[in-house]
Design a protein around this ligand. Structure first.
Ligand code: AMP
Ligand code: MG
Length: 432
């Protein structure tokens, strides 16, 4: 591994991003900037297999064994030499014995006599010299010691699983950077691996800013709202497998903000705030961010979610998200999610798949910004995906996010959408 180099300054990073304009930054450029900004957390720990679900593999896992360890049968039936079968007539083969799965049966070590077959169970080791399995349902008994096999029901090599066909000894079973899914736990178990090296979990501190915010349990006075962003952010961070540090609601007071930012930066790899980053913002959030860190204030060419602060405070990466509840979620999905994945060591996976769905209504869209509209995807009567936009798309309408099952992405250059046009949709849920 390369020794850690000094991180680039924000200006250096900006100079590498073609078309960088902090006041009208296209989503793709913002994503590129952030990808260049975020470091990877390097510390590694070893975990028992089940505890590693959702964690990021820190090293390649090289298979020390062949899986399966032996050629074995994929079916219940009769193992034989393919060459012993007649091409155009039934073959009648004497049965030399039975091979069961899991038993260390040495009966066939000396070989199976030519022209004979062996009754075999799924998973049983192929007796030496036999290369083909005829499924039981194709055969008829011929007395109690032989079996009749019609012509043409199998070809040589059929229904045999080869040694090492799943994982070959010495090959990389899983690559570093992979977030472990249920299939991976099974794969690691099939190698007999009890513990796995994973990157330590990313620590992410977050708080909300705004004098109008009240925490659950407090009375709501006129003009106040309950702080919902800390709950959506908490939920999204949990889904990403982060260790979360909830620092509550911070008043619009320089000393309180200074203390919160310092605390957050000292205890976490990343700090996420919501609110206080709009252009007209009268409060102190932006001022304190700029005072304590190296921070840029962007206007992103997107809707919702135009304002955003990005940079570093101490060693932590700062994501200053807008305050509106939908904008928080959209900017998180558009920028923070991939950044945190990269920081936690995730690498080398293809981007999440998107759907193409027919939009049920016309949408107005200006080229020159990316729009994320909330949609409900269903199957149309003809079997194609279709997407209906959820009512009002205001950035404060959190219910639009809750009823939706995906986000329609109207890309930067895209213009108006006619009813029936196909659009890209990012589904909210995949398989577990
Ligand atoms: P701001 O970006 O601070 O101007 O906030 C924009 C809007 O989002 C305002 O209407 C805020 O009241 C609202 N808002 C900001 N933070 C939160 C929060 N944590 N929970 C709910 N609404 C919020
Ligand atoms: Mg505010």
């Amino acid at each position: 591994m390369n020794p850690p180099s000094a991180p680039s300054s924000l200006e250096q990073i900006a100079s590498c991003v073609a078309g960088y304009d902090p006041n009208a930054l296209p989503v793709a450029q913002a994503q590129e900037f952030i990808a260049r900004l975020v470091p990877r957390v390097g510390a590694v720990e070893s975990l028992a297999l089940r505890s590693a679900l959702g964690r990021v593999l820190a090293r390649d896992i090289v298979s020390a064994i062949d899986v399966p360890a032996h050629d074995n049968s994929a079916m219940d039936g009769y193992a034989l030499r393919g060459a012993d079968l007649k091409a155009d007539a039934d073959s009648v083969l004497p049965v030399a014995g039975t091979a069961f799965a899991g038993s260390a049966d040495q009966a066939f070590d000396a070989g199976v006599p030519p022209g004979h077959c062996v009754r075999i169970m799924t998973g049983a080791v192929m007796p030496a010299g036999l290369d083909t399995v005829v499924p039981q349902e194709f055969t008829q008994p011929e007395g109690d010691k032989a079996v009749r096999i019609p012509a043409g029901v199998v070809r040589t090599g059929d229904n045999r699983r080869l040694k090492g066909e799943d994982l070959a000894r010495g090959s990389a079973a899983l690559r570093a950077g992979r977030r472990l899914r249920p299939a991976d736990l099974g794969l690691l178990a099939s190698l007999g691996q009890a513990e796995v090296p994973v990157f330590r979990r990313l620590r992410v501190a977050f708080f909300s800013t705004g004098d109008e915010l009240r925490s659950i349990g407090e009375p709501l006075s006129v003009g106040c709202v309950y702080d919902s962003n800390r709950y959506t952010i908490w939920g999204m961070l949990q889904r990403l497998g982060c260790e979360v540090i909830d620092l509550g609601v911070v008043r619009d007071d320089p000393a309180a903000l200074r203390a919160a930012f310092s605390d957050a930066a000292a205890s976490a790899d990343a700090v996420i705030t919501s609110g206080g980053v709009s252009v007209g913002e009268a409060d102190h959030t932006k001022k304190i961010m700029a005072e304590l860190g190296d921070v840029l204030f962007w206007r992103i060419a997107m809707r919702p979610g135009r304002p955003m602060a990005i940079g570093r405070i101490g060693n932590a990466i700062l994501f200053g998200l807008p305050g509106n509840p939908v904008a928080v979620m959209v900017t998180f999905y558009a920028f923070v999610r991939d950044a945190l994945r990269a920081m936690s060591g995730q690498a080398g996976e293809p981007p999440s798949p998107t759907l193409r769905a027919r939009c049920t209504t016309a949408l107005r869209k200006k080229p020159g910004r990316t729009e994320y509209q909330r949609g409900i995807v269903t199957r149309g009567a003809d079997g194609h995906w279709q997407v209906a936009i959820t009512g009002s798309q205001g950035s404060g309408i959190l219910s639009s996010m809750s009823v939706a099952n995906g986000m329609v992405v109207l890309h930067h250059e895209q213009g108006n959408v006619a009813a029936g046009d196909e659009v890209d949709v990012i589904p909210f849920d995949g398989l577990v």
